[in-house]
Design a binder for this molecule. Structure first.
Ligand code: EPZ
Length: 428
C-alpha cells in the first residue's frame, strides 16, 4: 500500500490550487444515468477511486462506461442487470444510490446492504422506508436488499416522504426514485447539501420536474417511463477538497493561497469559522483566497447538516485548532465515531481530550512528525495537513483512503511549496 510522506516546515504555502469536481456530486449523477437510455456525458469529474468503483458497478449492470478523467461517458446497454453486489458496495457505500433509479426504471433491484464503516453504523433505514412509502416491497435476504415495485415490479407511486433526519444519499436516492414514479412526490426534511441541489439540476436537464432541491422540501412530479433523456453536464467544484486546502493554507504564518473555482456559497460555515480563527478568507471572482498573518485563535465548532459546519471538515478544522493559542471544543453530531484522527494527532503531540462526541483541544506550540494512519477519508487528509507543520517527517499510511476523495493531493500540495511525496508500496 502507498503512503504519503510529508516533511514539516514553517515555510508558508504560496500559490494557486485548481479545485477538482465534486466527488459527492458525481456519484449520484452517475447513478442517475440508469434512469434513461442513450449516451450521457459528465465533465469535470475527478480521477478518484470512488468514480472507478461507480463505473465498475454500472458496467456490472450492463452499461457501457468510459472513464477518461475529467470526462465519464455512459451509454445505455441493451438491458440492465438490476444488481449491486457486495464486492462493489463494500468498497463504496454510496453504491446504495442505484436502488432508487433501478426500482423506478426497472421495477426491481437487488442491492447489497452497505454495512457499517469506520465512522459509524450508517444504516439506510430512511432510504428503505421512503421507497416503501412509494409502493415498493422491500425484504432483506442474506445481506441484500431485495426490492420490487408495486404488484410484483410495477411503477412506483409518488408519495409524501418525511425523513426522520436529513440524509444526503437518502434524499438523492429518493429524488431519483420519484423522478419516474407515477404522480407527485414531496420530500420533507430533505438534505440541503449543494450536491443534492446539483442532482436536482441534472434530473431537470433529463426532463424531470424537480423543485426545491437544496432546500428541506423537494417536490418532484414523476416523468412517464422512457421520458427521461441522457445529459451532458459539468459537475460543481468539490467544496470539501477546497476546504481541506483552505485549512492547509491556514497552518503556516505567511501563507497566501488561491483556490481556483471554489464555490463561496458552498463554504460559508467554514469561512466564518476560519475568519473567527483569525485567518483572512476573501472571495476573488470565482476563486477563494486564504491568507494567514497572525496567530490562530481557538474557535468552538459543532458539525451539522448543510448549511451548518460540514462533518467532512471536522477533522481538518481540528488540526488547525491543535496549533491555536488556547482551548477549543469540537463537537461531532452527524456520525457516532468520527474521531479516529484524534489518537493519531495525539501521537503527533496534539493535546485533545475526548468526551463522547466532543473533543476538547488545547493548542500546542508545535506538532511532531510520526507514522500515522486513519480509516476515514477525511481523517487521513487531516493527518497530511498536520504533517505540513509537524517537526521532521510524517508518514500517512493506507493512502488508498485518500485516493478515494483527493485527486492529485501530493501534486497540488507540492505546487504550493509543501515537501510532500508519495511512497510506493510502503507497509500498511
Ligand atoms: C454523505 O454520506 C456523504 N457521502 C458523506 O461524505 C458525508 O459525510 C455525509 O453525507 C454527511 O454529510 C456521499 O455523499 C457519497 P447521511 P451519507 O445519510 O449520505 C444517519 C465523504 O467523506 N442515517 O447524510 O451516507 C447516518 O448514520 C463522505 O465523502 C440514518 O440513520 O450520510 C448519519 O448519522 C463520508 N439512516 C446521518 O444520518 C439512514 O437511512 C447522516 O448520514 C441514512 C442516514
Amino acid at each position: 500500500m502507498d503512503a504519503i510522506r510529508v516533511r514539516g516546515s514553517q515555510k508558508p504555502l504560496v500559490g494557486r490550487v485548481q479545485v477538482s469536481g465534486a466527488k459527492n456530486a458525481a456519484l449520484p449523477i452517475l447513478c442517475a444515468t440508469l434512469l434513461s437510455d442513450g449516451a450521457s456525458k459528465l465533465r469535470n469529474v475527478p480521477k478518484l477511486r470512488d468514480i472507478d468503483t461507480t463505473a465498475a458497478l454500472l458496467r456490472f449492470m450492463g452499461r457501457d462506461v468510459t472513464v477518461s478523467a475529467p470526462e465519464v461517458n455512459v451509454a445505455a446497454g441493451s438491458d440492465v442487470r438490476p444488481e449491486a453486489p457486495y464486492e462493489l458496495v463494500k468498497q463504496m457505500r454510496a453504491s446504495v444510490m442505484v436502488l432508487g433509479p433501478l426500482l423506478a426504471r426497472f421495477g426491481r433491484a437487488k442491492v447489497s446492504l452497505p454495512g457499517g464503516c469506520a465512522i459509524g453504523a450508517r444504516p439506510i433505514d430512511q432510504h428503505l422506508k421512503a421507497l416503501e412509502a412509494m409502493g415498493a416491497t422491500i425484504r432483506l435476504d442474506r445481506g441484500y436488499v431485495i426490492a420490487e415495485g408495486p404488484n410484483g415490479g410495477g411503477r412506483l407511486r409518488g408519495a409524501e416522504v418525511v425523513f426522520d433526519l436529513p440524509t444526503v444519499t437518502g434524499t438523492e436516492n429518493i429524488m431519483m426514485a420519484a423522478a419516474l414514479a407515477k404522480g407527485k412526490s414531496v420530500l420533507v426534511n430533505s438534505a440541503r447539501e449543494p450536491e443534492v441541489e446539483e442532482l436536482g439540476r441534472i434530473l431537470n436537464k433529463m426532463g424531470a420536474q424537480v423543485s426545491g432541491a437544496g432546500t428541506d422540501v423537494i417536490e418532484i412530479v414523476g416523468a412517464e417511463p422512457g421520458a427521461l433523456a441522457p445529459f451532458d453536464h459539468a459537475v460543481i467544484p468539490d467544496r470539501i477538497e477546497a476546504g481541506t486546502y483552505m485549512i492547509a493554507a491556514a497552518m503556516h504564518e505567511g501563507s497566501d493561497v488561491v483556490l481556483e473555482g471554489a464555490e463561496w456559497d458552498d463554504l460559508e460555515a467554514l469561512v466564518m469559522k476560519m475568519r473567527m480563527a483569525g485567518v483572512q478568507v476573501t472571495s476573488e471572482g470565482r476563486d477563494i483566497r486564504v491568507r494567514r498573518t497572525g496567530d490562530i485563535k481557538p474557535v468552538n465548532v459543532t458539525t451539522a447538516p448543510h448549511p451548518g459546519f460540514p462533518t467532512d471538515m471536522q477533522a481538518q478544522f481540528m488540526v488547525l485548532m491543535c496549533i491555536a493559542k488556547g482551548e477549543s471544543v469540537v463537537t461531532e453530531t452527524i456520525f457516532e465515531n468520527r474521531f479516529m484522527h484524534v489518537p493519531e494527532l495525539q501521537r503527533m503531540g496534539a493535546s485533545v481530550a475526548l468526551r463522547g462526541n466532543t473533543a476538547v483541544v488545547q493548542g500546542v506550540p508545535r506538532l511532531y512528525g510520526a507514522s500515522v494512519m486513519a480509516t476515514d477519508l477525511r481523517a487521513s487528509a487531516s493527518l497530511v495537513v498536520a504533517g505540513l507543520v509537524a517537526e521532521d517527517e510524517t508518514e500517512v499510511r493506507r493512502v488508498y483512503h485518500l485516493d478515494r476523495g483527493y485527486e492529485h493531493l501530493e501534486t497540488k500540495l507540492q505546487a504550493l511549496g509543501a515537501d510532500v511525496a508519495r511512497v510506493k508500496g510502503a507497509e500498511g
